[in-house]
Design a protein around this ligand. Structure first.
Ligand code: ACM
Length: 521
């Protein structure tokens, strides 16, 4: 039913090889692409059809001070399909150029950018390398979709003319990948990083441990990975990241201007640890490993000093692997931990995270424990009233929005979707786009929202094709909700822009769901 990546890629290559690019057919009434088509929608975009810039073998990329890494990344994006040299140089010396410059523009903040595409050149300006990187993601959407092909395409390469001024609505636009229920190799995680980065997602939350498997090497408790990592849902093969592999994933994400947030879920969702180390159980007996998808049955032993030695060892090693400011300590669905014990646990564990120089993030249940105002509860319920979350917001905590009935990428699109679950909702593309983070939870308004995150739980997800089918086309919608001004939010306009993304996904080999709600080209 779904086409494999190889078939889709072959289809695009043969289409372009057959000489059918847009430039060779009759001029379309609506241009193939425009600065007004970018996803996520920019703050402002003004098309200039007379300002198209033609990429040629003579084009150079100029990088001002601090722009070299993004310039090299841009070159890496443009070279495979064009085959042009596109050298990164300090000065254009009269050659046609794409110029990347850092500056000081108070309008665009730390992730915004200004882009000008004119006949004589392209100029991208930002205050930081992060801003340049986000600007490059817009720039690539101004080129024909074939720019995403992995092999040389013989055709014209025109960048749509105009200007963009852009910056994010919310600081955090995230994706979560559950590598515990099923394990995903480092190359699969990197592929997803590249796929999400193009929609200006700046955070990847990795759910590294759950009942069914432990996925990160902890040197002071080595069997967590080597034994606790063997299992996965339904008896599928497990796996884990060595610390070297994990550092490499984190560095790869950083090269895509994405910060990794590692999660160790506790005090529940801990069966993999408790089946590996007997001393993590109150009765000193190891529980059997489990590969079913029940939730809420496991709990660390709250009264035992060994529990906190374990937590401190894990937090210390994880903090050392984490350049970003946050560690995620889970905290959801601790149904087997009595409420008083839950609070006692949180009050011991949160200071351990601070001791190792990190801030706490956790599922919104942690709001009950009155965490420090630097902590970010991650809201995953259905919206409406939640007094604990509202009280946290009133105390100054920012809240990250991942409503299960809108943002969970593991929910089925329709009853017929062959993958995923439906306990929160069926989420068609329009539903996933149809919410406002600042109007979701009573008492949590615009200034109290940290941002949005689209979690992908993997009980039913086994392959990269599975990830792609659930994330696309919904992830770009969540990214747009997090990035774009509320004033741009409009389903009809969005679905038209989204349709134009599809040829890019085909060229990239992304195996997406062709929702009937979108008129795919
Ligand atoms: C969750 O879905 N249990 C955070």
């Amino acid at each position: 039913m779904r086409l494999s990546r190889a078939v889709l890629t072959a289809a695009v290559v043969s289409l372009t090889a057959a000489g059918l690019p847009a430039s060779a057919t009759a001029a379309p009434a609506v241009p193939e692409r425009s600065v007004t088509d970018v996803v996520p929608a920019p703050v402002s975009a003004k098309a200039d059809p007379r300002g198209d810039f033609r990429l040629t073998p003579a084009t150079v990329i100029t990088a001002g001070r601090g722009a070299g890494q993004v310039a090299d990344y841009l070159r890496g994006l443009l070279r495979p399909a064009t085959g042009y040299p596109l050298p990164v140089v300090p000065h254009a010396a009269g050659l046609p150029a794409i110029s990347l410059e850092l500056g000081h523009d108070p309008r665009i903040g730390t992730e915004g950018y200004r882009l000008k595409v004119a006949r004589d050149g392209v100029t991208l300006k930002a205050n930081t390398a992060d801003g340049l990187f986000e600007g490059v993601q817009s720039l690539r959407q101004l080129l024909p979709s074939a720019i995403e092909a992995k092999r040389v395409q013989h055709r014209a390469w025109t960048v749509a003319g105009g200007t963009i001024l852009d910056y994010p609505r919310f600081a955090e636009r995230g994706a979560m990948l559950d590598v515990a229920r099923h394990f995903f190799r480092p190359d699969q995680v990197k592929l997803y990083i590249d796929q999400i980065a193009q929609y200006k997602v700046n955070t990847l939350h990795l759910h590294l441990a759950d009942d069914q498997g432990w996925r990160i090497e902890i040197k002071s408790w080595p069997k967590l990975a080597t034994v606790g990592g063997r299992t996965a849902v339904d008896g599928d093969p497990g796996g884990y990241y060595t610390q070297a592999q994990y550092r490499d994933i984190v560095a790869y994400a950083a090269s895509r201007h994405i910060t990794v947030i590692p999660e160790i879920d506790m005090p529940g969702h801990t069966n993999a640890a408790q089946s590996t180390y007997a001393e993590l159980n109150c009765d000193g007996k190891a529980v059997p490993p489990r590969t079913d998808t029940e939730v809420g049955y496991s709990s660390l032993c709250i009264s035992s000093p060994i529990t906190y030695r374990f937590v401190e060892d894990v937090v210390r090693e994880l903090a050392a692997l984490t350049p970003g400011p946050f560690l995620h300590i889970g905290g959801d669905e601790a149904h087997s931990t009595p409420p008083a014990d839950y609070l006692a646990f949180e009050r011991k564990v949160q200071p351990i995270v601070a001791k190792y120089g990190k801030k706490v993030t956790g599922w919104h249940e942690i709001a009950k424990s009155v965490p420090p105002v630097s902590a970010v509860p991650q809201y995953w319920d259905f919206g409406g009233s939640n007094p604990d979350v509202a009280a946290a917001a009133a105390r100054g905590n920012k809240i990250l929005m991942s409503p299960a009935n809108y943002a969970y990428l593991d929910m089925k699109y329709t009853p017929q979707t062959p993958l995923g679950q439906d306990w929160a909702a069926l989420i068609e593309v329009k539903d996933g786009y149809g919410w406002d983070p600042a109007a979701l939870v009573d008492g949590v308004g615009e200034s109290q929202v940290a941002g949005v995150e689209a979690p992908l739980w993997t009980e039913t997800i086994r392959t990269s094709d599975d990830i792609e089918y659930m994330a696309f086309p919904r992830l770009p919608g969540i990214a747009e909700i997090g990035w774009s001004p509320k004033a741009t939010h409009d389903w009809e306009a969005y679905r038209a822009r989204l349709a134009k993304q599809a040829p890019r996904w085909v060229a990239q080999g992304i195996d997406f769901y062709r929702s009937p709600q979108v008129d795919w080209k």
